[in-house]
Design a protein around this ligand. Structure first.
Ligand SMILES: [Zn+2]
Length: 96
């Protein structure tokens, strides 16, 4: 029996990828946050850890993914958080 690999869709590029290759984001009480463990409760969505996909985030696809209205400030903050997250990941890779 083949093991089932969980596949999720990136809301930026709409590509289907292995869940572990994507960043999970969750809308919590504090706003939208990165969920590195993939275990936080709440409505989540997935995104590739790369700038192109972060840039593709907009109020429309975000609101659709979360089934809730997303404010301009939330989008802006999320992009900043994701930008530095991806940057720190890149640094880690380069330090090896
Ligand atoms: Zn993507």
């Amino acid at each position: 029996m083949a093991r089932k690999i969980p596949i999720r869709t990136c809301i930026g590029c709409r590509e289907r990828k292995e869940k572990k290759a994507l960043i999970r984001l969750v809308k919590g009480e504090e706003g939208i946050e990165i969920d590195p463990t993939g275990k936080k409760a709440g409505r989540g969505f997935y995104l590739c850890p790369r700038r192109e996909c972060i840039d593709k985030l907009n109020l429309k696809n975000l609101s659709h993914a979360l089934r809730a209205e997303v404010r301009e400030e939330e989008l802006k903050k999320l992009k900043e958080v994701l930008g530095s997250y991806v940057e720190s990941q890149e640094k880690e890779v380069n330090n090896v």
